[in-house]
Write a protein that binds this ligand. Structure first.
Ligand SMILES: NC(=O)c1ccc[n+]([C@@H]2O[C@H](COP(=O)([O-])OP(=O)(O)OC[C@H]3O[C@@H](n4cnc5c(N)ncnc54)[C@H](OP(=O)(O)O)[C@@H]3O)[C@@H](O)[C@H]2O)c1
Length: 256
């Protein structure tokens, strides 16, 4: 298995959930590179599991200096980058998803900063460090393809991320850099423990399982395989696309 042999990769949020699943899938295909996150403990344990070909770079993706440090550190160690996964995002610390009556201006800004602005600048700051012909993969969400109570701002940010995928592809055409998005459905990651108290996690997961035609959550490893496809030469004619990896949820009308 060497679809990404010696390819230099960067995965933001590679210390948890989907990002870690992508990092493992990349490693299994021969890639090297960096994972980034804020939590030093999970960063260290993820790097230990991935082995010697990956480094962890601590930083906040909403901070442009941290992004610069991520790319400089990666390029110093491995050279220019072949595949970038813009994955960090999701629930903002201390601010749960809520409906418009409860959303504050600060809550709105923090969700947009984490899920949209950081995605844009994670790409922009990477440009001097990317090889021509590189692949950029943005992690959106199937929330962008449907409505869910309380998820309006998150969904709008992720819909905009899909739009970035289309537009940035054209911006970067002259360098043959392909930009695509993946829209995962409900994937079994630690994010659920960040959304609701621990004793409600199984109940919330079950709600999403019931909404998914395949009758289960997806795994980070499944999103990892989709990311390998987009990062590799198997997808050289795919530009500005969005791949729904959601067990059929967004396109289904389930009658139980
Ligand atoms: N799980 C799902 O069902 C699902 C579905 C659709 C889309 N997604 C998307 O998939 C991505 C990963 O989510 P997940 O489910 O794997 O969640 P997760 O396990 O909570 O992981 C989130 C990752 O993002 C990093 N992160 C968050 N804020 C950050 C910041 N300001 N700076 C740097 N890193 C930051 C976290 O690192 P630290 O802990 O170090 O901050 C962590 O590694 C997100 O973009 C999410 O919106 C998830």
């Amino acid at each position: 298995m060497s679809k990404l042999k010696n390819k230099v990769t960067v995965i933001t949020g590679g210390n948890s959930g989907i990002g870690f699943g992508i990092a493992e899938a990349f490693k299994n295909e021969g890639a090297v590179g960096a994972i980034a996150g804020r939590n030093e403990t999970t960063l260290n344990s993820a790097v230990e599991t991935l082995g010697g070909n990956f480094i962890g770079v601590k930083g906040d993706v909403t901070n442009l200096d941290d992004l610069e440090n991520l790319y400089r550190t990666t390029a110093d160690k491995f050279g220019k980058i072949d595949a970038l996964v813009v994955n960090a995002g999701g629930v903002v610390d201390g601010i749960p998803l809520m409906t418009i009556t409860d959303v504050t201006e600060e809550g709105y800004d923090r969700y947009m900063d984490l899920n949209l602005k950081s995605a844009y600048f994670t790409v922009k700051k990477s440009l001097p460090y990317l090889n021509d012909g590189a692949s950029i993969i943005l992690i959106a969400s199937n929330a962008a393809h449907r409505a869910a109570p309380g998820a309006t701002i998150y969904a709008a940010a992720k819909a905009a991320v899909i739009s970035l995928g289309r537009g940035l592809s054209l911006d970067l055409l002259s360098r043959r850099i392909r930009v695509n998005t993946i829209s995962p459905g409900s994937i079994d990651t630690p994010v659920f423990g960040k959304m609701v108290p621990q004793d409600l996690v199984d109940q919330v997961k079950q709600i999403w399982i019931d909404l998914t035609p395949l009758g289960r959550q997806g795994t980070p490893a499944e999103i990892g395989k989709t990311a390998v496809f987009l990062a590799s030469d198997d997808s050289t004619f795919i530009v500005g696309a969005d791949i729904l990896a959601d067990g059929g949820m967004a396109n289904a009308f389930l009658v139980k």
